[in-house]
Design a protein. Structure first.
Length: 304
């Protein structure tokens, strides 16, 4: 006889009392003839669901809805950065994938390709593939950092990518960002984030600036955060849950704000500026909501 799953103890007490027997029965049925890896995978799924309920990160809670908003922007943001980093790396090499000085960069090039593909998959509505690709890209970069000790972009990129990965996998599994409207907004973000940074990269190459220019310039994160603040202001009011929407957009900016916190370059003023941009987007959204509410109170059209 199969014993109850260990993950059952992770569920909140009230939920466990109401649904514990059902969960245990489903687990016993699904793992009756399963191999050990399959049982571990089932346990992991139950543990993930239990922790989402315990920390109120499901699609029924505001925290889960905020993560669902943040996830596609975080995935595409990581892809934009990876595409630019890969392009800069290729431009700086004499014979890819070896940088000046003979540093082997095969894992990093492969990681940037995987992360870029994750962004493309997000825009195509292939959310499961996007999650796998961003995880693969992260693991390849870890191989680069651990195997060769190379951190071309400084310590901020591991933190930035870790935050993006947490947001992507924090998205509730029953609310994948594959809707047409959400994909259009994410595509608009990708365009407005990529074009200024691509222009910055090409300008740096034309002016023969040092290879770390793009990663240490204060302009790296400002265009991206500006695009997010505009999306927050324009789309936030249309959302059924504007507070969760605003929180999610702000969370998706966190991976980019890590590039501002580089003590050696003293870019904390840029961090404050980017925070101000997000605050301005949030205030604009709330002001538009108040104006809409006032019009409705004055006899304007009421929502259906």
């Amino acid at each position: 006889m199969n014993r109850p799953p260990r993950a059952l103890s992770l569920y909140p007490r009230a939920y466990r009392a109401a649904h514990g027997e059902e969960i245990a029965a489903h687990y016993a049925e699904s793992t009756a003839d399963a191999s050990r890896p399959e049982r571990w995978r089932e346990e992991a799924d139950l543990a993930a669901h239990a922790l989402r309920l315990r920390f109120r990160l499901t699609s029924d809670h505001s925290g889960g809805r905020a993560l669902a908003t943040a996830a596609p922007y975080a995935a595409v943001g990581a892809a934009v950065y990876a595409a630019l980093a890969g392009a800069q790396l290729v431009l700086a090499t004499t014979r890819p994938p070896v940088l000046h000085g003979g540093l082997p960069l095969v894992p990093q090039v492969a990681a940037d390709v995987a992360l870029t593909a994750a962004g493309v998959s997000t825009l195509a509505g292939r959310w499961r593939a996007a999650r796998c690709l961003i995880l693969l890209g992260t693991l390849l970069l870890i191989m680069q950092w651990v195997g060769y000790g190379i951190l071309l972009e400084g310590d901020s990129r591991p933190l930035s990518l870790g935050l993006a990965l947490a947001l992507v996998f924090g998205c509730p599994p029953d609310t994948p960002p594959v809707g047409r409207g959400q994909r259009r907004r994410t595509a608009a973000f990708a365009v407005f984030a990529l074009l200024p940074l691509l222009a910055l990269l090409l300008m740096g190459q034309l002016l023969l600036l040092e290879s770390t220019f793009m990663f240490t310039s204060i302009s790296t994160s400002v265009p991206v955060v500006l695009a997010l603040s505009v999306l927050l202001a324009v789309e936030g009011m249309r959302s059924a849950t504007p507070r969760a929407h605003a929180t999610g957009v702000a969370l998706s900016a966190l991976p980019w704000l890590t590039f501002c916190v580089q003590w050696l370059y003293g870019e904390l003023d840029t961090l404050v500026f980017c925070a101000g941009l997000l605050g301005a987007g949030a205030l604009t959204m709330w002001a538009r909501q108040l104006r809409r509410a006032d019009r409705e109170l004055d006899g304007g059209p009421l929502p259906r």
